[in-house]
Design a binder for this molecule. Structure first.
Ligand code: ZN
Length: 404
């Protein structure tokens, strides 16, 4: 059965789980560096078999029109379960007041409200051209809805504080499971919120399962100062929540060097944000092969600061894009995130930007063989944009500006 779902007047999300057929469009973006005119994508058995250019003309070909056919976008970092908090939290007034308000409003909303808003947000992702996600869940309420949403990706159970109940009982582990289209993995929250022994234990579990481990890294001044050893308000805040940090090996470190010392950075770790990084941190990230996800709109709203994307690209760190949650960002759309990056980083080459929105995210989630491009063997999920373009460069121009 083909799901050929018209999402808006402008684009169509296509899932072809089994039938053999060819989808033709005026332009096909095979990958960010390969744009083909008048091409067809041949799918069979739920996978892409090949791309043919020029596209054949026969009755078996589904002609989508003169627009652009491409891989669905990847939102490598979001929190669906915070969707109910949209427009409820203070932005631009510092990180600590935002965190305090988040905890208060999340409790006040209650599980039914959080669940309903998360379901609505999950259902809207295909509408926005997003097909592959890295969902972070602290409360655990989005696991089943993601499973039934038709989305591909990784659902991460996020751990904070110094809870000891998990992990350890591997045969009874309720969270870790590597499978397609949706894996279940674990995430730490951040170096300044999750105890070091818990971070290393979680990393050990995800590593053994061949899954990506994720955490926020180097996002705020609060985090940077705490890891540097400046005790104060944050230590007191954690203590008020019953978390004793006196034995944590912080002091004279950056968040990246701290995590490196703990041994949790490798090519199956996805660090999110990286707003506060030194040259040495960049060397560590490059050497360990750690993946990176950036959420520039959220950073701008929460911290009034943007990541140094040029330095990351210069070291071939290939960042992915995410949105974080609706509690700090206007939408979960990656077309919107691309448009924002174009505006604030006009020097980034457009294929590099589209890679951030597609293949970099798929790879960062350990799903580079399943999505992010229309290469042979990838999942038969396609996105058609009803836009008119004259040249390959014009295609890139219009696709990366589609969210404007
Ligand atoms: Zn986040």
């Amino acid at each position: 059965m083909t799901l050929l779902k018209t999402m808006t007047a402008q684009h169509i999300y296509i899932t072809e789980p089994s039938r053999s057929r060819t989808f033709r469009a005026g332009w096909v973006i095979k990958d960010p560096w390969t744009v083909l005119e008048n091409a067809g994508v041949v799918v069979a058995g739920g996978h892409i078999k090949k791309i043919v250019a020029p596209a054949p003309k026969d009755a078996s070909v589904k002609d989508l029109g003169p627009g652009v056919l491409m891989a669905p976008l990847v939102n490598a970092h979001l929190h669906l379960e915070l969707s109910a908090l949209k427009n409820l939290l203070p932005l631009g007034k510092g990180f600590a007041p935002w965190v305090a308000a988040l905890l208060r409003e999340r409790d006040a909303a209650g599980t039914p409200t959080l669940t309903a808003a998360a379901q609505k947000a999950a259902a809207s992702l295909h509408d926005m051209g997003v097909g592959l996600v890295g969902e972070i869940s602290t409360l655990g309420i989005t696991r089943e809805m993601l499973h039934t949403s038709g989305l591909t990706g990784v659902w991460f159970k996020e751990f904070l504080g110094d809870e000891q109940a998990y992990p350890g009982h591997e045969e009874q582990d309720p969270y870790i499971k590597k499978q397609f289209p949706l894996s279940f993995s674990a995430a730490g929250h951040a170096p300044h919120t999750t105890a070091p022994q818990l971070l290393t234990a979680l990393k050990k579990r995800t590593r053994a399962a061949g899954l990506v481990f994720s955490l926020h890294v180097a996002e705020s001044d609060v985090e940077k100062n705490f890891i540097a050893g400046i005790r104060g308000g944050w230590t007191d805040f954690l203590a008020s929540r019953g978390i004793d940090t006196t034995a944590w090996p912080v002091g004279n470190k950056t968040p990246v060097s701290y995590l490196h010392d703990l041994g949790v950075l490798d090519n199956a770790t996805l660090g999110v944000h990286l707003l506060h990084v030194t040259d040495r941190d960049l060397d560590i990230l490059a050497k360990t092969g750690c993946s990176i996800c950036l959420c520039p709109r959220s950073n701008q709203n929460l911290h009034g600061r943007l990541p140094d994307i040029a330095s990351l690209l210069a070291r071939n760190l290939s960042p992915a894009l995410g949105t974080d949650s609706l509690a700090s960002c206007d939408s979960l759309g990656i077309f919107d995130e691309m448009a924002f990056v174009r505006q604030f980083y006009p020097q980034i080459a457009l294929p590099d930007l589209l890679a951030m929105a597609t293949i970099n995210g798929a790879r960062a989630l350990g799903l580079g063989q399943h999505g992010g491009t229309l290469d042979t063997g990838r999942s038969a999920q396609l996105l058609y944009l009803d836009i008119t373009a004259r040249t390959p460069a014009d295609v890139m121009e219009k696709v990366t500006a589609y969210g404007i």
